[in-house]
Design a protein around this ligand. Structure first.
Ligand code: SAM
Ligand code: SF4
Length: 334
């Protein structure tokens, strides 16, 4: 009988047997946008600078986790490009033995001038948020974003070779759901340098009615563009499920209606050093005080093993009446 390979002895395993080899690092909670699905218009206070993890502290967590099987790191935020001297962080993470994939999620507003420097520092890939192709609507959704600057950021990413550039659209009913088809047409024009993914809106503020299920998005696409065929071969290591529409492959990330908790391999290091084992749960121990309290790498590894061991099975978000996700997305990093 052929048995699956056993996980390495030191792997970050939870009690459900899930191996954690992917870390999202929120490098700042600050952002130059205030997207309607992510940040409230007012009332959010930024973390004081001294409570943010320093670059050396982030790199140390990555190094200790890499010794426990971590392979992929994604920088996120808030908006990672607003934190000063980001290439220095990229360089130090890229140099950690074992890290084979270093990527970033950005709104790309400032990216055109940063793409080549970040690539040279060791960034491999980039995901860019783009929720509308209409400049006025884009400005409204992001509360002030400039569509032209973001499109320039996408082109700079392609030029710099940060490919495949994945473009993410969060679909919200009544906000931009009428742009699902135009966005797919745009993606057909810019493929294969760009790969489009539709993301289901996660209701951080109990706006359940604005979630558009991925299945509904697929019906909309099929009625305008023809049959969607599921892609069975694995496309990347993430939670997106892919479908072929004519020449185009699009991804769907559906954390609500087609959630992927059973295969979750992710951990999230928040800007202030809290470690979230699940996006939807706020109960997160802080690594910052441990790091600043003089813990050895061995003690840190032991702590990490305990935290990951206690990871919940999944989130309880179900349509209409489920529990809303907890916290503020810019703090958590998506
Ligand atoms: N500022 C960067 C950006 O917008 O790409 C990175 C941080 S953002 C929090 C990371 C990802 O979370 C983005 O793709 C964003 O669209 C997504 N996101 C934020 N709030 C969301 C929500 N309520 N539901 C689904 N996705 C959300
Ligand atoms: Fe900022 Fe990204 Fe949140 Fe928009 S989605 S407010 S760009 S962190």
């Amino acid at each position: 009988m052929c048995l699956p390979p056993s996980p390495p002895v030191s792997a970050l395993l939870d009690r459900f047997g899930r191996i954690h080899n992917y870390l999202r690092v929120s490098v700042t909670d600050r952002c130059n946008f205030r997207c309607v699905y992510c940040l409230p218009e007012e009332g959010v206070t930024w973390l004081p600078r001294q409570s943010l993890l320093g670059y050396e502290e982030i790199a140390r967590v990555v190094r200790v986790m890499a010794g426990m099987g971590l392979r992929s790191v994604r920088l996120t935020g808030g908006e990672p490009t607003v934190r000063r001297d980001l290439p220095a962080l990229v360089e130090s993470i890229a140099a950690v033995p074992g890290i084979v994939d270093l990527s970033m999620t950005t709104n790309a507003h400032r990216f055109a001038s940063q793409a080549s420097v970040l690539k040279a520092a060791g960034l491999r890939r980039v995901n860019i948020s783009l929720d509308s192709l209409d400049a006025a609507r884009f400005a409204r959704i992001t509360r002030g974003g400039d569509l032209a600057a973001v499109l320039a950021g996408i082109h700079a990413a392609i030029e710099a070779g940060l490919t495949p550039v994945k473009v993410n659209m969060v679909v919200m009913r009544g906000e931009n759901d009428d742009e699902i088809v135009p966005m797919a047409r745009w993606a057909m024009a810019v493929a294969p340098a760009v790969q489009l993914r539709f993301i289901e809106y996660m209701p951080f503020e109990s706006r359940w009615h604005q979630n558009v299920p991925a299945a509904e998005m697929r019906v909309t696409l099929a009625s305008a563009l023809g049959e969607l065929v599921p892609v069975t071969s694995k496309q990347g290591g993430g939670p997106a499920k892919h479908w072929q529409i004519g020449p185009l492959v699009v991804g769907f990330i559906a954390p609500i209606t087609e959630h992927f908790c059973a295969t979750c391999n992710r951990l999230r290091l928040l800007a202030d050093g809290h470690l979230r084992t699940c996006l939807a749960h706020e109960d997160t121990p802080s690594l910052r005080d441990v790091l600043r309290g003089g813990a050895t790498d061995g003690e840190l590894a032991l702590l990490l093993r305990g935290i990951v061991g206690g990871k919940p099975a999944g989130h309880l978000a179900e349509m209409a009446g489920g529990t809303a996700f907890e916290g503020v997305m810019t703090h958590i990093g998506g």
